[in-house]
Write a protein that binds this ligand. Sequence first.
Ligand code: 5RP
Length: 222
Amino acid sequence: MNQDQLKQAVARAAVDYIQPKLESDSIVGVGTGSTANYFIDYLAEYKGHFDGAVASSEASAERLRQHGIPVYDLNAVDHIGVYVDGADEANPQLHLIKGGGAALTREKIVAAVADEFICIADESKWVETLGNFPLPVEVIPMARSHVARELVKLGGDPVYRQGVVTDNGNAILDVHNLRIHDPEATEMAINQIVGVVTNGLFAQRAADVLLLGRASGVDTLH
Ligand code: 5RP
C-alpha cells in the first residue's frame, strides 16, 4: 500500500472506531489535513447518525458543509466526545507534532475540549524521538523576529513559512533541528515566549489513541 492508501485505511478505521459512540446529539471534533479529509469523506456516510461537527480549520469546515454535515462554532457546543485528527509525527507516548497544515492552534483547542483524541497517521509519521519534522509555532505577526531569536536560544533554527497566514491571522515559524527528548518541557518552554500563540507539540494533551497505518494493517495504540 502506498502512503495515500494507508491514510485512507486509518481514516476508515477511525470511522469504524467512533461509529458505536455516535448518537443523535453528539458533536464530532474534526481535524485538518489530507488524512482528516479522508476521515470527513467516510464520516459523511453516517450523516444523520450524529448532530454535527466542530472543525479545526476553515478548510475542514468547508469540506464538512459540502457533505451536508452541520458545522458548529465551538462556543455553541458544551461537549465533544471524540476528536479525530492527523499528525506530522507521533512517538510511543502518543506525543505528537502537528501543524504542518498551519491549523495547530485550533487543533489544540478542539483537542483540549474533547473527551477522547484519536490520532490517525500512516507509518511514515512514527518516530522514537520527535523533532525530525520541523516544529510549527504560530506567532503574532509583529512578534515574529523576537520569537525567532528566542527559539534560536532554545537551540532551534526557525524558518518563516512565507506566504502562510493562519485562520487566526497569524504567522508560522517552522523550527528545524530540534531533538525533542522532553516534549512536555519543550512545549511549555516555547509557549512561554511572548508573542507565541501556541506550538505544534501535543504532549501535555497527547493523543488517547493512535490508529497507525502499516502495510500489515492498522494498529491501535494506547
Ligand atoms: C494540520 C495538521 C495535520 O494533521 C498534519 O499536518 C498531518 O497532515 P496530513 O494528514 O496531510 O499528513 O496538523 O495542521
